[in-house]
Design a protein around this ligand. Sequence first.
Ligand SMILES: [Zn+2]
Length: 127
Amino acid sequence: MVVGGVLTLNALNGVGMAREAIERAGPAMDAAARLQALQGVCVTPLLGIGLAAGMFGGWTLAMRRYRALVTPGRWARAPLAPGAPARCRCCGAELPEQWGAIVECRFCRTHNPSSTAPSSTSARPSC
Ligand SMILES: [Zn+2]
């Protein structure tokens, strides 16, 4: 984003410089030369906008892929039997029954995100 902003400001400066050059040349500069002078400086803002949009798009796609691939593996494992507590995603030990979004394993101290209430059988399975 910073790079895109710098490129945009640089491009605006270039547009100002091109305009000044055109005004100095006056009627001696024909339309084709004016157009050519402006074309060079108009590409740079598009480059800045394209770079910023590309960075935002790449970040969005990366976050979407991260959520799809990594997040399911962070949830507590499903219980082995109905009615049993959920299990630690790291060591597989049964988790203590407690309320909260994150349950800490008694054995390995791993934090296990859980959206279920204690004694619930619907813990999300890991991948
Ligand atoms: Zn554990």
